[in-house]
Write a protein that binds this ligand. Structure first.
Ligand code: KG4
Ligand code: ZN
Length: 335
């Protein structure tokens, strides 16, 4: 089964072709990052307009890279939500138009389930059940995943997402956008113990990152001047460590509580090099196995959407032309 995936929930226009939900034939991502960088964050109206320009060429490139034409495509999977409504509608309308014109089946996919499903494109994915930490610009949630569409929330952020904590810090430090990528790079040359940042909500499985951001704000105010050079590296490393510490500790705690030894880490923040390193070492020490897709499959992409779509279509799901975008939509829960 060859599935064309389309993703446009935020600021990346993406298309990918996946065979049998396992084999990646192409993966094209048109990023709008340079445009939004000027504003220090995604501007929804601009994102929608850019998706309109990029969507057809991105799909054509994905088909071209896979060496296929639309005739070879058995079904279309498209991100239905959650995300920016105007952005979602571009991918959704395009997917519906192709499905209607070519008479191929269509499946609307949950973006968060997509992030988790990225792991099935890795050479040795875990069997169900596993614990999944979905950590992105909009979400920080720990799930028990027992199958496709069978998610149970074990913990989640009470305020900012981890990606937001990175992006807002980068804005405060005036070091560029997207914040996670810049802080990751600067932190490599910094000392994780140089500055003391708070670890929010030590107990339980929920997260809180707003206090961390505030402490950086207070630090900057007291100082009265921006950080630069070596000190900037230290701030980045220490701040990043505060985020990584709680993400790793709570995910391992959730796995221990659920009696599950396999952990999937996914979503844009899972591209963070320190988070990947710490998960590997701390999970091994706890006797757990950790599965992290390569960075290009952690940040937004359409291959992960095609994987979920393959499963839905195989189960007989057929979405009609009335399929609508959903801006707020938790991952599909266990029945
Ligand atoms: O999954 P994603 O691409 O889009 C959403 O669904 O939100 O995640 C985007 C988030 C942004 O907050 C970005 O700063 C963060 O992922 N991110 C990173 C890294 N690369 C992307 N955060 C930390 N380190 C990175 N290397
Ligand atoms: Zn995402």
């Amino acid at each position: 089964m060859v599935i064309l995936g389309i993703e446009s929930s935020c600021d990346e226009t993406a298309a990918a072709v996946v065979r049998d939900g396992r084999e990646l034939l192409s993966n094209v991502i048109a990023s709008q990052v340079d445009i939004h960088a000027r504003y220090g964050g995604v501007v929804p109206e601009i994102a929608s307009r850019k998706h309109i320009e990029a969507v057809a060429p991105t799909i054509l490139k994905a088909l071209g890279d896979a060496g296929l034409t639309l005739e070879a495509v058995d079904g279309i999977a498209v991100t239905q939500g959650p995300g920016l409504i105007g952005s979602l509608l571009v991918g959704l309308s395009t997917a519906k138009a192709i499905a209607f014109a070519r008479r191929i089946p269509l499946a609307g996919v949950n973006h968060l389930e997509g992030h988790v499903a990225a792991v099935f494109l890795t050479p040795e994915p875990p069997p169900f059940p596993f614990i999944a930490l979905v950590v992105s610009g909009g979400h920080t949630t720990i799930y028990l995943v027992e199958g496709f569409g069978r998610f149970t929330v074990l913990g989640q952020t009470r305020d900012d997402a981890a990606g937001e904590a990175f992006d807002k810090a980068a804005k405060l430090l005036d070091i560029g956008y997207p914040g996670g990528v810049v802080i990751d790079r600067l932190a490599k040359e910094g000392d994780v113990k140089a500055m003391a940042f708070p670890r929010g909500m030590r107990d339980g499985l929920d997260f809180s990152f707003s206090g961390l951001k505030t402490s950086l704000m207070v630090m900057l105010k007291k100082r009265g001047a921006p950080f630069s050079g070596r000190e900037l590296n230290d701030v980045a490393a220490s701040y990043q460590e505060a985020i990584v510490d709680v993400l790793v500790a709570k995910t391992l705690r959730a796995a221990a509580m659920a009696g599950v030894k396999r952990i999937v880490v996914c979503g844009g923040v899972a591209a963070n090099s320190r988070l990947r390193e710490r998960f590997r070492s701390d999970a091994a020490a706890a006797g757990m196995e950790v599965f992290v897709p390569p960075p290009v499959l952690c940040t937004d992409n359409a291959a992960m959407i095609a994987v979920v779509g393959t499963h839905l279509l195989k189960e007989g799901r057929r979405d009609g032309l009335g399929l609508n975008a959903v801006s707020r939509w938790p991952a599909p829960v266990a029945p």
